[in-house]
Design a protein around this ligand. Structure first.
Ligand code: ATP
Ligand code: MG
Length: 368
């Protein structure tokens, strides 16, 4: 899978421009605030139909313009595709693939998959469990529609039960519905655990390999899936998981009433990351944190390839800083045959680049 060419019109600080890319490595170089991240964001929008950085599409429209257009020529599944995304103020966004209107973003993702890595992703290592759960949920939802459905059902039930626990002091009649919520949460919770166990197992293996290679064999990364304590084996059959979740709920019933919070279920799951046996969250250096977070993303890329048969396009925003020369060399040359985009500010790091193009961005204009 690769992006051969992209056309941007009134997107962020780009006026109108067509850029042709290299099938392997594309390095986007420039000073601060010139449009490097904006370009990666545009490529990401061509696969997700929205930006991970903003809540509204309007922010993406160039100041003073009426709307933006992104068009990409993409090679995937051994065919050529033209994907297009158009946003106009006051109108619904329009998407198409090969001029056929697309109703949902998943039609764009089916043509182009992307994995984005930015400095904010260091939170994957540094922050609490919620950040890692978000990563698991987003990666799994993209690949497994049944997981996506179970997740949204679970979140709905969780919200509802939380409200119920909050309001039941004033309205004891609400309690009659609680057993039904518990049963359904155990049912869908077991589905989440089933998928997460398998995904994190693969992720841990791929991430360990990536981290080992990036650190020149010096560091050992391990990642461990943590779920509800009553679950003895997250790979157990559905019925076993469901019964264990129900048992955990029973044990925590009193605590749930007194705290008025939903305490039992996989909404507290975590993927704990260790480097050389030490918690990465507490002990990793800046470079190690960056390497570990990148390794998790690269692992998600491998799983994407296992499932779909193709590597998604990798978008690396500002990863080179804080890495020592050997780790930089790994990022530039050893991410395999798939297409990669890397932004950076300092050109002097690029003498290590073997195969690819370097682009320069200045005030929203790209030159080769
Ligand atoms: P850095 O090296 O600091 O990360 P960068 O090259 O990645 O810089 P970008 O984030 O791509 O920078 O671009 C930032 C510039 O784009 C900012 O100066 C910002 O004002 C401008 N910009 C952002 N949104 C819009 C918009 N909707 N219209 C016009 N310009 C915008
Ligand atoms: Mg940037």
């Amino acid at each position: 899978m690769r992006i051969d060419r992209v056309y941007l019109e009134n997107f962020r600080n780009y006026a109108a421009q067509t850029v042709t890319f290299h099938p392997a490595c594309n390095v986007i170089c420039g000073e601060n605030a010139q449009g490097k991240t904006n370009l990666l964001e545009a490529l990401c929008c061509l696969s997700c139909a929205k930006s991970h950085r903003t809540r509204t599409d309007k922010e993406l429209i160039r100041f003073g313009a009426e709307g933006f257009v992104l068009q990409g020529e993409i090679f995937s599944r051994e065919r050529e595709f033209v994907s297009r995304l158009e946003v106009r103020r006051g109108r619904r966004k329009a998407m198409s693939v090969n001029k056929v209107p697309a109703k949902t973003a998943s039609e764009l993702s089916a043509v182009l998959g992307t994995i984005f890595f930015s400095p904010e992703d260091l939170q994957l290592i540094r922050a609490g469990a919620a950040e890692r759960r978000r990563f698991l949920d987003a990666s799994l939802s993209q690949l497994r529609p049944r997981y996506a459905a179970a997740l949204s059902e679970y979140q709905r039930l969780h919200e509802h039960k939380t409200r119920l626990l909050r309001d039941c002091a004033d309205r004891p009649d609400l309690l009659a519905t609680l057993p039904d919520f518990n049963r359904r949460m155990a049912e869908t919770g077991a589905v989440l655990i089933h998928y997460r166990a398998r995904f994190t197992d693969l992720l841990a293996r791929y991430a360990a390999a990536a981290h080992r290679e990036c650190s020149g064999g010096k560091e050992e990364l391990t990642a461990v899936y943590r779920t509800v304590s009553a679950v003895t084996d997250p790979f157990a059959p559905h019925e076993v998981l469901r019964e264990e979740l129900l048992e955990h709920q029973r044990l925590h019933e009193a605590a749930e009433f007194s705290s008025r919070q939903c305490l039992s279920g996989p909404h507290k799951d975590d993927l704990e990351v260790f480097l050389g046996g030490l918690s990465a969250r507490s002990f990793a250096s800046q470079g190690q944190t960056r390497t570990a977070a990148l390794s998790l993303k690269l692992a998600a890329r491998e799983i994407h390839r296992d499932i779909t048969g193709e590597y998604p396009v990798l978008l690396l925003d500002d990863v080179l800083s804080e890495l020592d020369p050997r780790r930089q060399e790994f990022v530039l040359n050893r991410l395999g045959s798939a297409q990669v985009f890397i932004t950076c500010c300092e050109e002097d790091r690029l003498h290590q680049l073997l195969q690819g193009n370097v682009y320069y961005v200045s005030e929203g204009r790209i030159t080769e």
